[in-house]
Design a binder for this molecule. Structure first.
Ligand code: G6P
Length: 616
């Protein structure tokens, strides 16, 4: 989940690396570092600091590095070894013959370290990564070139890794490897310059022409281009393509945070996603990336949706769509649990993975299990070319644009829209959705960006509501039916952004335990839109109020009865039943945002979190 960047070309490398690290900081912010390659045969100049990138910049100002046109950089989410200067990447071998940045876990690092120490290697950190540098160093000593040395080192490593390295023995060269699902290595093709990065965000300011390394592939870049091979050395053909992402989407201004920008961008993200998949007049669907998965839509007997975090909550909404629109039995599973069970499935089950990044390790491993069982797969993904889109037979791409806030917002609503379109496509293929139904659903969906836009105009109401929660330590979020995933997502946003202990719960379960917690200091947010089994939620609200608990209700506009019953209310516009989750989440995003702001939290980079989780 760390961020990796490499540059080689004719420009000064250091500012490019620093800017790239800033674009990747959401992947980890325990420490940051760069290695810059000056003259040939001189050790790389390494600067690294615990903490945010600003600390690294201070270090570079205090001791300006030599002019360099090739370099690598890293922003760390600590796994082995506490956040410290010494444990920050890049790591070098004993004599500086190589500098390495890494994302993943070397599972056999203890044995390798003992072996390398036995051969006289001196270690400067507690990290698993440093073993890679020493292994490469040995291979260079044995006369191999840098790429061959990297391949040989990879062959010794257990676990999943993304590695980028450079050596003063090969000026102007950077090499990279991907083994397993520890994260991507994306190759960026510039004009007379090349870049490597752990994801697109860092490349877009320079180029939109990119190539993604697949599992067990390596790359060697110079300013002139890239060459690829598999881990065993056979040349590989890795096609470059142009991504349709807008580099301007990576900018934060004029918003105070990326998270706020992304919440506010939802009407645009929804509209681009919906327009990419549907046509209103005449009503139609064009899910053009379903590929080899399409014929399976009529053969399958059930659907299993998998994901993690916010994407898992989107998948839970998707389950409703497959059941209600396509008439198929549908289950959801946490990808990290699914992969370790003896899950019973085969070609009769369509596995739908939801992942904004397309690189979450648990999702990818779950997909590998599904593939081994012969299940056809479709991925709902916001990152064209990412690993989930390669493993699945088909994809439904959301067009939310780059998401930079660590806590997801616009990709949640875009994923829900994409799942709606996929359920419609499936229902259509199976003869369950006739022309009239299709037209109605597509029209309803196409209206949602406007509805969300109007809703965001009332963002300030959530700020007033958040005042109540400034000092709160615990909260309950309750929902039923399609509002349950929204309650879970609302609680997740509150946890991630404001560090309030928030529990999302099925409202029907409340009496089976959580009600014991309710008192004056334990407020509840109740999802009580008109389609969220409102009458039942009203009873829950009465029960909470009877025990002295405070209730903030999320109600449909004009619902005077509930507004009067609750201590406070936030309204959502009227929406068709199946699409109410798209409106219901917006006030909860706003509430979590405003609460975090009042509590002075770092909203774009909440503590301990990383955006793309590539370690188990
Ligand atoms: C991390 C992020 C979440 C995200 C989850 C799944 O936990 O902080 O915002 O929902 O990963 O990520 P994915 O890229 O698979 O949707």
């Amino acid at each position: 989940m760390c961020g990796i960047i490499a540059y080689t070309g004719s420009r000064e490398a250091a500012p490019i690396l620093i800017a790239g690290l800033r674009d990747l900081e959401y992947r980890g912010y325990d420490s940051a570092g760069v290695a810059l390659q000056g003259e040939a045969n001189a050790a790389s100049a390494v600067a690294k600091r615990r903490g945010r990138i600003a600390e690294l910049e201070t270090a570079l100002r205090e001791r300006p590095p030599p002019s360099a046109h090739t370099g690598i950089g890293h922003t760390r989410w600590a796994t082995h070894g506490a956040p410290s200067d010494a444990n920050a990447h890049p790591h070098t071998g004993c004599d500086g013959a190589v500098a390495v940045v890494h994302n993943g876990i070397v599972e056999n690092y203890a044995a390798l370290r003992a072996e390398l120490a036995g051969r006289g290697h001196a270690f400067a950190s507690e990290t698993d990564t440093e073993t890679i540098a020493h292994l490469i160093e040995d291979e260079l000593e044995a006369g191999r070139d840098l790429l061959a040395a990297l391949r040989a080192a990879c062959a010794r490593l257990a676990g999943s890794q993304a590695i980028v390295a450079l050596s003063p023995r090969e000026p102007g060269v950077a090499v990279g490897a991907r083994v397993g699902n520890a994260g991507g290595v994306v190759v960026g093709y510039g004009e007379g310059e090349m870049l490597l990065a752990s994801d697109l965000a860092a490349l877009l300011p320079h180029t939109r022409r990119v190539a993604f390394l697949a599992d067990r592939q390596v790359v060697r870049v110079t300013a002139a281009g890239a060459s690829y091979a598999s881990l065993d050395g056979a040349p590989a053909d890795v096609p470059a393509h142009t991504v349709a992402l807008d580099p301007a989407g990576a900018q934060r201004d004029p918003y105070e945070t990326f998270m706020l920008k992304e919440i506010m961008e939802q009407p645009r993200a929804l509209s681009d996603t919906i327009r990419g998949l549907t046509r209103v007049e005449p009503a139609g669907l064009h899910l053009d990336d379903l590929g080899r998965a399409r014929p399976w839509l009529t053969r399958i007997e059930r659907v299993l949706l998998v994901g993690m975090g916010t994407s898992l909550h989107a998948a839970m909404v998707g389950r409703w769509y497959f059941e209600q629109i396509a008439g198929l039995p549908a289950d959801i599973d946490n990808a990290s649990e699914f992969r370790y069970r003896e899950a019973v499935l085969g070609p009769e089950t369509l596995v739908v993975s939801v992942s904004q990044s397309g690189e979450t390790v648990d999702v990818l491993e779950a997909m590998n299990v599904a593939r081994a069982r012969g299940a056809p797969q479709i991925t709902i993904c916001n990152t064209p070319g990412s690993q989930t889109t390669r493993v699945a037979e088909g994809a439904v791409l959301t067009r939310a644009g780059l998401e930079r806030g660590v806590a997801s917002s616009k990709t949640f609503t875009a994923s829900i829209a994409a799942l709606f379109a996929l359920a419609l496509e499936t229902g259509r293929a199976r003869g369950r959705v006739d022309d009239g139904t299709l037209a109605r659903h597509v029209r309803d969906l196409a209206a949602m960006p406007d509805v969300t836009g109007r809703q965001l105009e009332a963002f300030g109401e959530a700020e007033a509501a958040a005042e109540r929660f400034r000092e709160t330590r615990h909260m309950l979020f309750l929902g039923r039916g399609p509002a349950l995933p929204i309650a879970l997502e609302g609680a997740l946003k509150m946890k991630e952004l404001s560090y309030v202990h928030a529990e999302g719960y099925a409202a029907g379960e409340m009496k089976h335990g959580p009600i014991a917690l309710i008192d004056r200091d334990f407020p509840t947010v109740a999802l009580a839109g008109e389609h969220a089994l409102r009458a039942k939620i009203v009873s829950n609200i009465e029960q909470i109020r009877a025990r002295g608990g405070e209730v903030l209700a999320i109600v449909t506009e004009g619902d005077e009865e509930l507004t009067a019953l609750a201590d406070a209310a936030l309204t959502v516009p009227r929406a068709p039943a199946l699409l109410e989750p798209l409106t219901a989440i917006v006030p909860l995003q706003a509430l979590a945002y405003a609460t975090a702001r009042l509590r002075g939290c770092d909203i774009d980079q909440p503590r301990n979190l990383a955006k793309t989780v590539t370690v188990e």
